[in-house]
Design a protein around this ligand. Structure first.
Ligand SMILES: C[S@@+](CC[C@H](N)C(=O)[O-])C[C@H]1O[C@@H](n2cnc3c(N)ncnc32)[C@H](O)[C@@H]1O
Ligand SMILES: [Zn+2]
Length: 393
């Protein structure tokens, strides 16, 4: 056993001070895992919980089965109004993590509200089903892929129509560096090109949809984003076979050209007519199956935006920017055009994204920038419409 006392340091995240154990150069070698870069992820967890709470009449039970230092759990209890979180259960399979959480419970005086359990994640989620102590929110935050835990977590949330939060850090797989592994793990073809992050999120949601559909439930994507080395998806579980049947129609593929940025997506049941780019004849890049529906729920995003000022997050500015950008693109169709490629294909230079947005807006198209790429444009205008708009300059 490592002597935790020898290596304790005090950290602060949000409004919470806690102890952690810094006993290795690399965070992955530490006795208990803590990544300060994930503060953005944890700040957003608190903010979205705050928006869920303000939309619901019941206090919530939060299950944190990959707790690490437990920082997410005690931040939730410290930073959200008391009485709105009924119970938090933090568990981890690492005994030193459990010891660390216990010390932090004592430090933050959370003995009555935070339960800590030494357990494998799968077992603690399964136990919550068996003992009928279902959680309202489960946060799946493992190393790498969350895939093995999706189905059991959906089962555990089914009765309460709860919320499932998942983090994926296996971006090399989901963003196409290891595409065979992606096909094996997620049964989908990823891409390494400019659409990679949006495709990766949509592959992840497609997998949630498949697991949920098998259990006869639907999902409502509430908030999805990529940040640095991770993807995060938050969905609400909805008990409705009809909705599940309906949303399975929104599984499909995207085909796009890595030369001129032509892009076409289609539902899995529809026939695709060509595999070469109709603009430049290059073989199209194909990705999927993936989710073609919405990535966000406007109601929760709006509440998150208005709740943000109640918190003192070090990542507050970044969060506001992300929420503003999401609201800008929330009604746009999936995927985006990468404007430098279209300009190159039209042999045009010096036209700004803003100019193009204004031209297409004037013609009545839905058009926005995208969180996925600063030079990307989301629109329901066709490729030909965009070329026409470019040629006006
Ligand atoms: C990425 S860290 C979690 C970080 C934490 N959620 C936070 O915000 O700081 C993953 C944690 O999950 C634990 N873990 C990995 N696989 C597990 C499993 N199958 N069951 C329980 N814990 C597991 C590891 O010990 C590690 O503490
Ligand atoms: Zn092309």
């Amino acid at each position: 056993m490592v002597d935790l006392d020898m290596k304790m340091t005090e950290e602060k995240e949000g409004a919470t001070t806690f102890l952690m154990c810094q006993d290795a150069e690399r965070i992955y070698d530490a006795s208990v895992f803590y990544n300060p870069k994930m503060t953005f992820n944890r700040d957003l967890t608190i903010l979205i919980l705050s928006s869920i709470i303000s939309d619901s009449s019941n206090a919530l039970t939060f299950l944190d089965p990959f707790a690490g230092t437990g920082v997410r759990s005690y931040r939730i209890l410290n930073e959200l109004p008391s009485g709105l979180i009924k119970r938090v259960i933090a568990s981890d399979r690492n005994p030193m993590a459990i010891e660390m959480i216990k010390r932090n419970i004592e430090k933050n005086k959370l003995e009555d509200r935070l339960e800590v359990i030494h357990s494998d994640a799968f077992e603690i989620i399964a136990k919550s089903i068996e003992t009928k102590t279902q959680a309202d929110v489960i946060d799946i935050d493992p190393f790498g892929s969350p895939i093995l835990f999706l189905e059991i977590a959906i089962r555990a949330l089914q009765k309460n129509e709860g919320f499932l939060f998942i983090t994926a850090t296996d971006l090399q797989v989901l963003c196409g560096k290891f595409s065979e592994a992606c096909f094996r793990i997620y049964n989908a073809i990823p891409t390494r090109y400019y659409l990679c992050h949006e495709v990766a999120l949509r592959i992840l949601i497609y997998n949630l949809l498949i697991s949920a559909g098998r259990l006869g439930v639907a999902i409502d994507p509430v908030f999805s984003y990529n940040h640095e080395h991770f993807l995060r998806v938050k969905v609400k579980i909805v008990e409705s076979k009809e909705k599940a049947n309906e949303q399975h129609k929104d599984i499909g593929f995207v085909h796009f050209c890595t030369d001129c940025s032509y892009v076409k997506y289609y539902r899995i049941r529809d026939e695709i007519r060509y595999s070469n780019c109709p603009i430049c004849m290059k073989k199209l890049e194909k990705a999927g199956p993936l989710w073609l529906g919405n990535l966000y729920n406007r109601k929760y995003i709006e509440i998150m935006k208005s709740e943000l000022e109640n918190f003192d997050f070090s990542t507050g500015k970044q969060i506001r920017k992300l929420l503003d950008n999401i609201i800008e693109e929330i009604d746009s169709p999936p995927f985006f055009y990468f404007i430098p490629y279209i300009l190159r294909s039209c042999k045009k230079q010096g036209i700004t994204l803003l100019q193009l947005i204004e031209s297409l807006q004037q013609k009545g198209f839905i058009v926005s920038r995208t969180v996925f790429n600063p030079e990307g444009l989301k629109t329901n205008a066709s490729y030909a419409d965009i070329v026409d708009a470019i040629k006006m300059y």
